[in-house]
Design a binder for this molecule. Structure first.
Ligand code: HEM
Length: 110
């Protein structure tokens, strides 16, 4: 499902990697370059309600969009992870750079 062996967490060889594995669906290349993101998965919850909070940071929103579409069967191949997880909510947030924000700040003397 993920693309690694369960016992030792060793990543599968390309030949043995299922097209439906999470790694296969989220490793995306364009012009020979991998579209990378920075990600944090954090467990949350109690006995009755629990799960994983996925947070992905990217310089381009489209990278996350492409990955989500590929996970959700955009091209006829569905990420096996989605058979065991239930998406509850999701959102995109913009984090402007300091130079971009400072364009809106008033001058020191008003
Ligand atoms: C609850 C949901 C998710 C879980 C439990 C999960 C779990 C994992 C795990 C265990 C890996 C490690 C694979 C490895 O290193 O072999 C991984 C990799 C990755 N995941 Fe997720 N993931 C989730 C959601 C997402 C989402 C929503 C995205 C993108 C929008 C995403 C993008 C990625 C990417 C890009 C990698 C790195 C693949 C690589 O370079 O090897 N994941 N995920």
């Amino acid at each position: 499902m993920i693309g690694r062996t369960k016992a030792d967490s060793v990543e599968l060889d390309e030949a043995a990697m299922p097209a439906t594995s999470h790694v296969s669906r989220t490793v995306v290349e364009e012009d020979g370059e991998e579209l990378k993101i920075f990600r944090r998965n954090t467990a949350f919850g109690t006995i009755t309600e629990h799960g994983t909070m996925f947070v992905g940071f990217s310089s381009e929103q489209r990278r996350l969009e492409i990955m989500l579409r590929r996970m959700a069967d955009d091209d006829g191949v569905r990420d096996a992870l989605t058979h065991y997880t239930t998406p509850v909510t999701g959102a995109y947030y913009l984090i402007p750079s300091v130079p971009a924000l400072s364009r809106f700040a008033p001058d020191e003397d008003g």
